[in-house]
Design a protein around this ligand. Structure first.
Ligand SMILES: C[S@@+](CC[C@H](N)C(=O)[O-])C[C@H]1O[C@@H](n2cnc3c(N)ncnc32)[C@H](O)[C@@H]1O
Length: 301
């Protein structure tokens, strides 16, 4: 069953929140210490990296992102830290994790408010734009390719699997009837027209789950996450920490199992850390966030 805390994000809420989620909890979870070297594999707007750099003396950060534009923005935002921060353009699944190197690793999964603010990236169904949704524009598959070329059954499958959308079949049927669809709003209208009124005017926009599914497919998000979970622990020094923030259950499940099943890690969060009421009231996006933390063990038995 899906937990209430991880209902898909309302993109409008997300678009207006530029604050890093669970900032204090991340810094505490990573136990940031003077002279430490940290890896932020999702630097995005640079908010968490800044908190890490400011948490103790002489901290260094290696910052990765698969979006060149986000990376350029972070470079500007964090310029004051000079050579204490190094930027790398890469998917975190392709990054060559150096063994035994970092005191802490952070992943804050998903899209950033930066992506949603830029209508032309095609992540938001509230603003008309081409159906793109690539975080890394060097990749070739776009949301338009999926929507206009995949079979009805394949579409229904991904909406169900990656959007946990129970009306997946009727939505896929309507999309196929209306193809070709060129824009985010055309797609959102097609989805809204295929669902019953109760659903259309519910708590979340009826396109939310389908957009989540498309984003996951276009960016191959779950496979990247699996690879990251497999490779990252070995890049920690003994006693180093890994902290991962997820925003929906399809991410949280592999995170929970990946941390628990790694012979190199001891999980420190029996239950995920979630945002306090005060943070949720300031930053609605944090309502869906779950943070899990683990520590690299000293010796493998
Ligand atoms: C939620 S935002 C991070 C926000 C950031 N923690 C902050 O405080 O500003 C997620 C970022 O991770 C990047 N990202 C998502 N999946 C990625 C992957 N597989 N490899 C590298 N970067 C990724 C996105 O491009 C986006 O910029």
């Amino acid at each position: 069953m899906k937990s209430d805390l991880q209902t898909p994000l309302d993109l409008e809420e997300l678009a207006f929140s530029h604050i890093s989620v669970l900032g204090r909890e991340v810094v505490e979870g990573l136990a940031v210490r003077p002279g430490g070297h940290y890896l932020d594999v999702t630097v995005g707007g640079g908010g968490h990296s800044r908190l890490i750099l400011e948490a103790a003396e002489d901290v260094r950060v290696t910052a990765v992102d698969q979006d060149e534009d986000a990376l350029a923005a972070a470079r500007k935002e964090l310029a004051e830290f000079g050579d204490r921060i190094q930027f790398i353009y890469s998917n975190f699944a392709d990054y060559e994790f150096p063994p035994n190197t970092f005191n802490g690793i952070l992943a804050d999964l998903g899209v950033s408010s930066y992506h949603l603010d830029q209508a032309e990236r095609g992540f938001s169904f509230r603003q008309a734009a081409n159906l793109d949704m690539r975080m890394d524009r060097g990749r070739s598959l776009t949301a338009a390719d999926v929507i206009n070329n995949w079979d009805e059954a394949e579409l229904a499958d991904i909406f169900f699997k990656y959007g946990e959308e129970r009306l997946s079949r009727r939505i896929a049927r309507r999309i196929v009837e209306r193809r070709p669809l060129h824009t985010t709003t055309e797609l959102a209208d097609a989805i809204a027209s295929s669902v019953p009124p109760k659903y259309r005017y519910g708590r979340i926009h009826p396109a939310t789950r389908v957009f989540q599914a498309l984003r996951i497919v276009v960016n191959d998000e779950l496979k990247s996450l699996e690879t990251f979970l497999d490779k990252a622990p070995n890049a920690l020094v003994p006693g180093g920490r890994i902290a991962i923030i997820s925003f929906h259950s399809l991410e949280d499940r592999p995170v929970k199992h990946g941390l628990r099943n790694s012979p190199l890690l001891k999980v420190l969060t029996k239950k995920p850390i979630i945002a306090q009421e005060e943070e949720i009231s300031k930053n609605p996006r944090s309502r869906s966030a779950k943070l899990r933390v683990a520590e690299r063990v000293l010796n493998i038995e």
